[in-house]
Design a protein around this ligand. Sequence first.
Ligand SMILES: Cc1cc2nc3c(=O)[nH]c(=O)nc-3n(C[C@H](O)[C@H](O)[C@H](O)COP(=O)(O)OP(=O)(O)OC[C@H]3O[C@@H](n4cnc5c(N)ncnc54)[C@H](O)[C@@H]3O)c2cc1C
Length: 461
Amino acid sequence: MQSETHAAIVGGSLAGLLMGRVLADHFDRVTIIERDAYPDQPIPRKGVPHSRFPHTLMIRGQQILESLFPGLRAELIDAGAIELDSLNDLAFLTPAGWAARSASNLSLLSCSRDLLDWSIRRRVATLPNVQFLTETSVRGLLTDTEHKKIIGVSLHQRNAETNTELRADLIVDASGKASHTPDWLRALGYESPPEIEVNAFVGYVARIYQPPADRSIDWKMVFMPAAPPQRHRGGAIFPIEGDRWIISLAGGDRDYPPTNEAGFLAFARTLPSPIIADMIERSTPLTPIYAYYGNENRLRQYDQCSLPTHLIVVGHAACSLNPTYGQAMTVAALEAMTVDRFFQHHAIRNLDTQTHQLQQQLAKAHQEAWSAAIGMDYRYQSTQSQSINATTRFVNWYWEQLMALSLDRASVFRTFLEVLHLIKPSIVLFRPAILVPVLVRVVMQRWQRFLLHSKSKLTTH
Ligand SMILES: Cc1cc2nc3c(=O)[nH]c(=O)nc-3n(C[C@H](O)[C@H](O)[C@H](O)COP(=O)(O)OP(=O)(O)OC[C@H]3O[C@@H](n4cnc5c(N)ncnc54)[C@H](O)[C@@H]3O)c2cc1C
């Protein structure tokens, strides 16, 4: 007789919940172990303090969530999430000016991270073979006698006097950036995974506001990204349910935005457009100003090391990204699809030999977002000491040209957004329809500069 199959997930935030959803299709039983007690409404909780910050779910992420939870989009809209046209309703300030806007089908949903997590959690909780163990921390990994295979986890329930054990055929670490898997592996005699850190020392602050009643604005969202190395400050206005805005400010190279009232506004006043500062002055604050400083990119390369089998690491526990690029939740969704596909083709018993293959596939799922985030962060001075390859330099240069072209060509900005939202691969930005105008623009600029230079030489002689 075949025994019941069981998957245990460490961490019940976004990555853990999505893993719970897909593993429920392949395992008889799934347990999601979460340190916190979940609130019974969409409000922040201790384990996800970053939920107070804007959380963009890229269009690719939205599509995946809708396929995993049919009707989720409608549910979020019913709960107050705002639908917006990414090309028309987003005021996006490129280093060269405001990007061109026009109507499109690039529909984005904007809501708080708390509402998103809460809605997904409620859906996962309806799955008959998924169980939540809340107020329970995982304290370590259990192995077979040879330390080759992970067979479960050791748990500590809040207020309990002793640890207990939970056996499972697959352990998924989705416990976020502060994951203890590297320590747990060392305790078992394994090396911890090679780690890459790219830190642009970005400080991020945010506050929730009631927008002014008499706002005559032609946008629903504002995004003013930093443009390092020249300008390392940025900001955003992000609409959420309940007719509220999250206004956020970010500063790289340790130029952290202040969390006091006057400093927050003064920082916003230094941005290249007054929109954000004006709206701060005209809106009513509903919360304190929150700060988040640990925004480095950190990649733990579990695909590059020898690991015990039956253990995988996902979400921020494996790959955490500078959050100002808004890609991590979509990466978590891509990873969930990767795991789903894997178990469509591989039997659970094959994890004895194929866990590493699954971890390699997970690494591919976050590769593009990782390269994009570190490539962008290499523009900051703090990262200049790291050796930047010629491709990254070229891509950053090309990105600047694209942004300049986006000022009067909505089609270019549209393609850029499609790549940003992970619905098209970045290679489409190098197709002739975009590459040719970029090159023509560069040649024209150089030619004009040459003419100006020659003219000034003539007048001085
Ligand atoms: C300031 C900020 C802004 C962000 N903005 C965006 C954005 O715009 N778009 C985007 O896509 N992403 C954004 N992100 C990333 C996003 O919030 C998530 O961090 C990401 O999706 C990864 O989630 P996760 O589930 O892996 O980890 P987390 O969300 O960090 O959750 C980890 C969970 O594990 C639990 N846990 C930890 N240790 C244990 C343990 N030992 N036992 C049991 N439970 C444990 C925690 O309580 C928590 O619930 C942002 C992040 C930050 C910090």
